[in-house]
Design a protein around this ligand. Sequence first.
Ligand code: C5P
Length: 305
Amino acid sequence: MPPTSASGTSPRETVKPLNPKKTITLTAPAKINLFLEVLGKRPDGYHELETVMQEIDLADTLRLEVTDRDQDIELTCTEPDIPCDQDNLVWKAARIFQKETGIKSGVRVHLIKRIPVAAGLGGGSSDAATVLKGLNTLCNTDLSETRLMDMAARLGSDVPFFVKGGTALCKGRGEIVTPLEVKHRFSYILLYPNIRVSTAKVYNNLKIDLTREKKDVNFIVKALLSDSADSLNISLFNRLEEVALELYPELRRFKGLLESYLSDGVLLSGSGSAIYGHCENQREANNIKEALGKRGIKKAFVVSN
Ligand code: C5P
C-alpha cells in the first residue's frame, strides 16, 4: 500500500495538477500600414479610417500554458522595459478570454519580444490576438472567428486585423477587416529609429480638414492584387505621417536616410516611429540594411509579406 497524506490521498495524487499541463508556442507577426487615410473624427473620440495593413515576417514568439491556478495570469517577457502587469495587452487578452468563456484555468505566457514597441508595427496588438487564438486552441473552446474578432475589438483597434492576418483593408476604427488575396511577395527594408511614439498624441494633433480631398484606397488595393510594384510605390500613403514628423522631428532624418537609398516608396508605418521602404527585391533590401549598419543603424530589418 502506498503511504497516504493527511487528506487520505497518496503523495503522488497530491502533487498531480488538476489539469494536465498544456502548452503551445506561436508566432505573432508585425504589420506595416501601406495606406492610411483618416475620414473624420467619430463621436466616440476615435477616428474613422481606411487603412491597408500587411502582416510581415518580423514576429514575436509567445509560449502559452494553461495552468490549474484558478483564473490566475502570469506574464514574463524577454524585454525588461515592458510591463508584465494588467496594463499589458497580453494580460488583458488572457483575462477577456477567461471572462468570456468562463474557463477556470490559469494562463501563463512567456513573450519573446522582437517587434520594436511604440513603433506603429502593431506588436502588442498582434501578441493579444495570438493569445486569443492560442487559448481558443489550447482550451478547446471552439469560439468562432466572429466571437474572437469581437473580443479583439474590445482590446484595441488593430487587434481584429491580427485575428485574420495576411493583408487586409480595414475600416471603421480599424476593426472592420476585409482580407485581400495578395500573391506577390513584396520586400521591404524596415528601420526602427529608437523613438517611442504615442499613437494617441499623433491622432490628437491631427487637423481634419473636411474640404481636403481624400486619398482613394482603391489604387493601392488594385496595385496589391495585380502584383504591380511600380503602382504600389505611387499609391503608398499615410495621413498620419506629416503630424508624426512634426511632433517627432528626429524622424525626418531617418526618413531622409532611407530616401537616400530609395527614390520612392518610403513611408512611416501607422503613427510611427518605424519607417519602411519598398525594395525591388530582397537583395536590394539586404544591401540597404548592410549600408545602414555601416552608418551605425542596428535596428533595420529585411521583411516581406
Ligand atoms: O484602439 P487603440 O487603443 O489601439 O488606440 C490607441 C489610441 O489611438 C486611441 O486612444 C486613440 O487616441 C487613437 N485612435 C484613434 N482612432 C483610431 C484608432 C486609434 O483616434 N481609429
